[in-house]
Design a protein around this ligand. Structure first.
Ligand code: SF4
Length: 275
């Protein structure tokens, strides 16, 4: 996994490659499978020369939360899967604080190939590789993005501000709620960051709880409106049926009390406002 980045935030993160979270979806996004297939053998940047594997991303394609890291580390480069080293183990334990399991989330990196020696990503590498990330985000369309570390955060939020200033708050961009968090590797190397990491994952848990509760309420309201409409239609049909039955009954001498039902039926079936 990438080592923590101690350098100051790099200014000039390519703006043209930042994800257009609120861009209109003129074309349907490619499926993750198609996208992964299209990346095979990519040589858009010099990292192709030194990688062992392209590390595309892994997880639930309908994830509510997508985590975005920086770049594959050594283990990930060998295993072709993101976050499988020590930082990944730590991430798995932090997920539990948010009430999440690893298989529920999707996880990918800004760069799909490992920078030699886990050095910082270079602007030209970010520029070359991030169209893939943008397509992944479009394909999954998660309501919540968690950016792990400076590079992912600055790319997603199109900012040069540092992660220390941005973490601990939910940032809204287009349709996404973005929660920047330190890279787990940073907390492995600097244990003083652990309480902050834990607080941020608890915040993620609260964000999920709030979102799910709002969704439930909206679902209940929609269900109630739908039931009301069905009830109205059923009532209308029943009243119409009664009218028809009444009309039929009215034809028989034994049903004289139902005089005038045809009038009522006519009114209801003719679009008279329901009372
Ligand atoms: S880092 Fe991205 S752009 Fe560069 S070779 Fe790998 S997949 Fe291609």
């Amino acid at each position: 996994m990438s080592t923590p980045r101690a350098n100051a935030p790099r200014a000039g993160t390519p703006q043209t490659n930042a994800p257009q979270a609120n861009a209109p979806r003129a074309n349907a996004p490619r499926s993750l499978g198609d996208l992964q297939h299209s990346i095979e053998g990519c040589r858009r940047c010099p990292l192709a020369e030194t990688r062992t594997n392209i590390v595309f991303g892994v997880g639930n394609p309908q994830a509510e939360v997508m985590f975005i890291g920086e770049a594959p580390g050594e283990k990930e480069d060998l295993g072709a899967e993101p976050f499988i080293g020590a930082a990944g183990q730590y991430l798995n334990s932090l997920l539990l604080l948010a009430g999440l399991r690893r298989e529920e989330i999707y996880i990918a990196n800004v760069l799909k190939c490992r920078p030699p020696g886990n050095r910082d990503p270079r602007p030209e590498e970010i520029e070359a590789c991030t169209p893939y990330l943008r397509e992944q985000v479009r394909a999954i369309a998660p309501p919540i993005l968690v950016t792990l570390g400076r590079f992912a955060t600055q790319f997603i939020l199109k900012t040069d501000r540092g992660i220390t200033n941005l973490r601990g708050q939910v940032h809204l961009t287009g349709p996404f709620s973005v929660l920047p968090i330190f890279h787990p590797a940073a907390a492995i190397y600097d244990r003083s960051k652990e309480p902050v990491m834990e607080a941020d994952f608890r915040l993620l848990g609260r964000l999920l709880t709030t979102r799910r509760s709002e969704q439930r309420k909206r679902g209940e309201q929609a269900g109630s409106a739908e039931r009301g409409e069905r009830g109205e239609q059923a009532g209308s049909a029943e009243r119409a049926g009664r009218g028809e039955r009444g009309e039929q009954a009215g034809e028989g001498p034994a049903n004289a009390p139902l005089t005038g039902p045809s009038k009522r039926a006519e009114g209801e079936l003719g679009g008279a406002p329901a009372q």
